[in-house]
Design a protein around this ligand. Structure first.
Ligand SMILES: NC(=O)c1ccc[n+]([C@@H]2O[C@H](COP(=O)([O-])OP(=O)(O)OC[C@H]3O[C@@H](n4cnc5c(N)ncnc54)[C@H](OP(=O)(O)O)[C@@H]3O)[C@@H](O)[C@H]2O)c1
Length: 241
């Protein structure tokens, strides 16, 4: 078995996921570059390798059972275990998303990727994570999923949304349930908000760089034993659910 720390980042071909892969690589991790499009994954892997990262491509569509199973097989064959899983892949579902006009199909598609995709990937990878001495799972969430923040008067936490924001609330709830079930196993699972970053997701309107957004996920991916589990963080510290 490899002595290197083995990480998998979903949706790592661009945006925050790419920067998480780059930062974990800079820490010396061997990084699986999850990408649903093989060519985009190969291109991102080549860029990371050119930057000195021990990166390898992992074809992975989080909405596809067969693709996820194949990714787990690839990692098993390559390393025999997984130390870090970053569930980063996500979609907004586009507009409109006001609850009074949203197309239910939009909600279904967003939940399929942002929530069920995380469960599908996590469960496929857990047998490999359980072989790690220090398994860590990080789910990319958002303060738009914080019911506390969304309920504050005059909140500045994004547009009214019946698909994207609730999908992150659902993801937060699932994160807590994983932490509950995995308590005492050594697997630490937390949710991270990267802040409002300039990526394709928001037409590059974000005010932070994707690298700045990656930092909190990297911190949670490298928590020491005994660190928090079942909690929600951004760069400023713990967030309310
Ligand atoms: N940007 C922000 O301000 C912000 C704020 C809070 C939270 N977040 C969260 O941070 C995460 C990364 O977002 P980002 O801003 O970096 O977005 P992005 O630039 O749009 O990147 C999203 C990534 O997810 C991938 N993806 C989408 N659906 C997938 C699927 N079914 N299977 C596998 N990969 C899939 C995309 O692949 P393709 O290239 O093939 O489309 C892409 O690699 C998301 O979970 C997002 O909700 C972002």
């Amino acid at each position: 078995m490899s002595e290197l720390t083995i990480a998998l980042v979903t949706g790592a071909n661009k945006g925050i996921g790419y920067e998480i892969a780059a930062a974990l690589g800079a820490l010396g991790h061997s990084v699986g570059v999850g990408a649903r499009d093989a060519a985009r994954g190969e291109a991102a892997t080549a860029r990371l390798r050119a930057a000195g990262v021990d990166a390898f491509p992992v074809p992975l569509d989080v909405t596809d059972d067969g693709s996820v199973a194949a990714a787990a097989e690839l990692l098993d064959a390559r390393a025999g275990r997984l130390d870090v899983l970053v569930n980063n892949a996500g979609i907004t579902g586009g507009r409109p998303q006001e609850p009074t006009v949203v197309d239910p199909a939009t909600i279904r598609a967003v939940v399929e990727t942002n929530v069920i995709g995380v469960v599908r990937v996590t469960n496929a990878m857990l047998p490999l994570l359980r072989r790690s001495a220090a398994p860590r799972i990080v789910n990319l969430s958002s303060t738009v999923g914080s019911l506390t923040r969304q309920s504050e008067p005059g909140d500045g936490t994004g547009p009214i949304s019946a698909a994207y924001a609730p999908s992150k609330t659902f993801l937060n709830a699932v994160t807590v349930q994983y932490a509950k079930e995995l308590r005492g196993t050594g697997v630490l699972v937390n949710a991270a908000c990267p802040g409002y970053c300039a990526t394709d997701l928001n037409g590059f309107r974000g005010v932070r760089t994707p690298a700045q957004g990656a930092a909190v996920a990297v911190r949670l991916a490298t928590l020491p034993d005994g660190g928090p589990s079942g909690a929600f963080f951004d760069d400023g510290g713990e967030l309310p659910w």
